[in-house]
Design a protein around this ligand. Structure first.
Ligand code: AMP
Length: 224
């Protein structure tokens, strides 16, 4: 079970990856989360990435490939993983193929979440994340019970620096130019599932599981 979640920023990759993780017990590998952790810890990678991320641009390929290369070697990835936000360029996709082949694993299956531009803007501007546990909310579609506080642990809900409107446009441009071509990359390899990403997170999860379970999850380490 080696999945790549494709789709523009705001398509629901992080939310859906977390749900698949909960249901199937394979790790979620989010380069965005790894980079944000590096920024918060002020590591050399974090210091290099912060400005780039705040501007909505892409961090250099060798940096994110290095993060993924290291993470894929961990024992919890042996039975599969869900990549969220990687690959984002052709170079990254090609390197991922090489890394998987070197490990003796089959190529990844990519899932493309399709969402309209208007919906993306609404989702991104409304997104809030718990500063404690990382749970994702949306002030329009999935508000917390108490404004500004996480339902799970009452942690403060914060807006990502790159979810400000002026940065969102640049992130969507980067997606169109660099990442969207990967849909064809995986289609040519017959390793692509296209999913309609509109609607609520629950509707999307149901659609996703309906498409994926017959393909990759059948009997593969399911949690009860
Ligand atoms: P995300 O949380 O996936 O939306 O990523 C947030 C930001 O981290 C992006 O806008 C990029 O600046 C950076 N980033 C995350 N993943 C990658 C990647 N695979 N390649 C380059 N930059 C990335």
């Amino acid at each position: 079970m080696r999945l790549v979640l494709l789709g523009p920023p705001g398509a629901g990759k992080g939310t859906q990856a977390a749900r698949l993780v909960e249901k199937h017990g394979v790790p979620q590998l989010s380069t965005g989360d790894m980079l944000r952790a590096a920024v918060a810890a002020k590591t050399p990678i974090g210091l290099r990435a912060k400005e780039i991320m705040d501007a909505g641009a892409l961090v250099p390929d060798e940096v994110v490939i290095g993060l993924i290369d290291e993470r894929l070697g961990a024992s919890d990835c042996a039975h599969g993983f869900i990549l969220d936000g990687f690959p984002r360029t052709r170079e990254q996709a090609e390197r991922l193929e090489t890394l998987l082949a070197e490990a003796g694993w089959p190529g990844a299956l990519a899932v493309n979440l399709r969402v309209s531009y208007t919906d993306l803007i609404r989702r991104l501007t409304g997104r809030r994340t718990c500063a404690v546990c990382g749970e994702i909310y949306n002030i329009h579609h999935r508000p917390p019970k108490r404004a500004g506080r996480c339902d799970r642990d009452a942690g403060e809900l914060v807006q990502r620096a790159d979810d400000r409107e002026e940065v969102i446009q640049e992130r969507l441009n980067q997606y169109d130019q660099q990442t969207k071509p990967l849909v064809d990359f995986y289609r040519q390899r017959q390793a692509l599932v296209e999913i309609e990403g509109e609607g609520s997170p629950d509707e999307l999860t149901a659609r996703l599981l309906g498409e994926l379970e017959p393909l990759v999850f059948a009997g593969a380490g399911k949690k009860s």
